[in-house]
Design a protein around this ligand. Structure first.
Ligand SMILES: [Zn+2]
Length: 197
């Protein structure tokens, strides 16, 4: 027996999410079936608000609800250091350490031969627009995957051309892993042990 259309449609929507298969999606839809109207209203409004309110910081590319993110707006932060990461979730992973006090730049991806992504497909021009004599260090903290390393190497060359001091977070993160999956101690050691390029 098939599900009613609206049920099936919601199952298909949940299946768009990573790691959610048919079984998992069905479980969620059964759960939603039991929700009252207020909960359903809150749930659907949160999705709509999320899409219309969340945007990317015009300076660093992190997520925010205004023109600039709270990190860029915070004058207490060290304005001389920029940590380059692949995605907003890496910013949150780094911030959890409560150790790094500089600024960020989010590339929104990596160079990838497989996906045909070049350096020009990344949020990189805005990074070079930010670099001036006040910047004392750019920490390249792309993930230790093949794509992350390729991007780091390429970026390091571009920075060297402009005489911008750069460093790369240390090995020790699991190869092929992601910053946001690393435990905090490993990530902290990787940051502290960064090497000048
Ligand atoms: Zn920002």
């Amino acid at each position: 027996m098939e599900y009613p259309n609206s049920f099936e449609e919601l199952v298909e929507c949940f299946k768009m999410l990573p790691g959610i298969g048919t079984k998992g999606a069905e479980r969620m839809v059964y759960h939603i079936l039991a929700m009252d109207d207020d909960q359903i209203q809150r749930f659907s409004q949160a999705l709509i608000d999320f899409k219309s309110n969340i945007q990317y910081c015009q300076r660093c590319g992190h997520i925010c609800e205004g023109e600039l993110c709270e990190i860029c707006l915070d004058q207490q932060r060290d304005q001389t250091t920029i940590c380059v990461v692949e995605s907003p979730k890496d910013v949150f992973a780094m911030e959890k350490l409560k150790e790094y006090r500089g600024l960020y730049h989010v590339l929104h991806g990596t160079m990838s031969i497989m996906d045909g992504k070049t350096i020009d497909d990344l949020n990189i021009q805005t990074l070079f627009d930010r670099l001036d004599e006040n910047i004392k260090e750019v920490i390249i903290a792309t993930n230790p995957t093949r794509e992350g390393e390729t991007t780091a190497l390429f970026l390091a060359k571009l920075l060297a051309k402009q005489n911008i001091p750069a460093s790369r977070i240390a090995n020790g993160l699991p190869i092929g892993g992601n910053l946001d999956y690393a435990d905090e101690l490993t990530l902290l050691k990787s940051l502290e042990g960064r090497k000048k390029l």
